[in-house]
Write a protein that binds this ligand. Structure first.
Ligand code: PNW
Length: 520
């Protein structure tokens, strides 16, 4: 599978059309423009909702065989739950998109939840803070399987539950904006409650598909987790320990429930210690037998979003915990103790460092450590350019409204050497990892794995709304002109990817066929 990725809120626009209900990102960006770098929102963004047909033609031109997009829950169920009614117009939009893709020989790769929770559920029971979310999520998933599952054969339940939890409930930088300085929330307990409910949502949806749809539809259901490659900040033994903590708190938090039915032992150890507001230490929910049973092996493939590597440094935090951040005992950065940078940054100040070989090491490491028995799909990998040129405009007299200009022209970014190199090197790393894997295990048909990595998606199809960075960062293979009718133009990386796809026959020949022809 070779494709490009997107998500509903980042690309669709049409925020109040087609019967769509409001979701937590609509509300967050509209109520708190001060939390978004350029004060913007994605009410219109790149208007994929209205440009869908042209965009499918652009996908076809690029030669991808898969397109990753997410369904916006509040387009299907405007009030979040079935009892509030479903929107046929919303369902119809995705039906048209799927049909358009299939008519152009592009397979849909569909995420059910990419962070845009119906706001009604946030208001009624605080969304993912309540276990009530599980039934509502399964009902929503069931509608999607029922309506679209005849044509959609690859489902991702959740996108990056870690990033959703950490940025939304520890840092307060993403909707629903809890846990940060001066915000509501409780970073001592909420991230764990949210992680618990998220992963239970995943498992319940997986089991629903397995019981009611698998036989007829024969699709795959997976989850997409975000993980970085971690290296110790120095030779100090403590920093080696911090590497372990980093994997546990960023990745194991979701991966161990899936593979062992329980939290990582370090999470259990640190998140049950007394904290400032929970002197009894009761902060970490437990999994009951039913939840464990549902969780174990609840994935047909494992989606990985990989962007970068980090150095991690041990942070001593004995005594009372002030929350997730102290529990995890590490600090991540792009520099080690001697000041060496881990890799070239996408632009000065970007969190994306180009560390491609690390992806190969990471995949082999994860497979072994968590005993992964299904193939990986790289569901996101990509790099941004900064979109501001340093000049500013005034929007009124309020100094708070003084925002950065969003003006980089196509000419300024079209020669996107960094991104091109980034994609090329990561594809190479994946090839290496696959080869290494096959040499070690291929002939024995290790468990269910035919190939270590079976798919790769570049993030992103076009420039779009980059969450709390607004439009100040462009991740697109295709440039969007925000000043002129949202026209799309290919950056060099898009042209290179197209060429790669047309030449790389080996990649599109199914493993079975290739193996047979090789032995023949
Ligand atoms: C992912 N970080 O989010 C999301 O899945 C995408 O929607 C997003 O556009 C893309 O990566 C690029 O950012 C992340 O700061 C956001 O480490 C931030 C981080 C990682 C992932």
């Amino acid at each position: 599978m070779f494709g490009v990725g997107t998500s509903s809120y980042q690309i669709e626009g049409a925020w109040n059309e087609g019967g769509k209900g409001l979701h937590i990102w609509d509300c967050y960006a509209l109520r708190h423009p001060e939390k978004i770098t350029d004060g913007s929102n994605a009410c219109v963004t790149v208007d994929f909702y209205h440009k869908m047909k042209e965009d499918v033609q652009l996908l076809k031109k690029m030669g991808v065989n898969y397109f990753r997009f997410s369904i916006s829950w509040s387009r299907i169920l405007p009030g979040g739950k079935v009892s509030m009614g479903k929107s046929l117009e919303g369902i119809n939009f995705y039906n048209k998109l799927i049909d358009e893709l299939k008519a152009n020989d592009i397979e849909p790769f569909v995420t059910l939840f990419h962070w845009d929770l119906p706001n009604a559920l946030e208001e009624e029971y605080m969304g993912f803070l309540s276990p009530k979310i599980v039934d509502d999520f399964v009902n929503y998933a069931e509608i999607c399987f029922w309506e679209f599952g005849d044509r959609v054969k690859n489902w991702v339940t959740l996108n990056e539950p870690y990033r959703f939890t950490y940025s939304g409930y520890v840092k307060g930088q993403f909707a629903p904006g809890r846990g940060g300085e001066g915000q509501e929330g409780d970073p001592e307990s909420e991230p764990y409650i949210v992680a618990h409910n998220l992963i239970n949502c995943h498992a319940a949806a997986y089991r629903k598909y397995e019981q009611a749809f698998q036989d007829a539809q024969k699709g795959k259901v997976g989850i997409t987790l975000d993980v970085n490659f971690f290296k110790p900040f120095s030779n100090d033994q403590k920093d080696a320990k911090a590497v372990e903590y980093a994997y546990d708190f960023m990745f194991g938090l979701f991966m161990e429930p899936l593979t062992k039915g329980d939290w990582p032992s370090n999470v259990k150890k640190f998140a049950t210690k007394p904290s400032i507001h929970h002197p009894n230490g009761r902060r970490l929910p437990t999994f009951n037998d039913d939840q464990k049973k549902k969780l174990l092996h609840s994935y047909d493939f494992l989606g990985i979003n990989y962007y970068t590597a980090n150095f991690v440094q041990f942070v001593d935090s004995s005594g009372y915990s002030s929350g997730f951040e102290t529990d995890s005992h590490y600090k991540a950065s792009g520099k080690d103790s001697k000041g060496n940078v881990i890799g070239p940054a996408a632009f000065p100040g970007s969190w994306v460092y180009l560390c491609a070989n690390e992806l190969a090491d990471l995949l082999l490491y994860i497979q072994e450590k968590y005993n992964v028995d299904k193939s990986f799909v790289i569901t996101e990998n990509g790099a941004p350019e900064a979109n501001e040129d340093g000049s500013y405009y005034d929007s009124g007299n309020d100094p708070k409204n003084k925002k950065k200009k969003v003006i980089k022209t196509y000419e300024q970014v079209k020669d996107d050497e960094f991104r091109l190199k980034y994609i090329k090197w990561h594809l190479d790393a994946i090839k290496q990892a696959n080869a290494k894997w096959s040499r070690a295990h291929g002939l024995q048909r290790y468990k269910f794995i035919k190939k270590l990595v079976m798919g790769y998606f570049v993030w992103s199809f076009t420039d779009s709304y980059e969450w709390n960075s607004g439009y100040t960062q462009r991740f697109g293979l295709n440039y969007v002109d925000y000043n002129n009718n949202l026209l799309r133009y290919p950056k060099n990386s898009a042209l290179w990817f197209k060429k790669f796809l047309s030449e790389k026959e080996e990649a599109v020949v199914p493993y079975e066929t290739r193996k047979r022809s090789l032995t023949a």
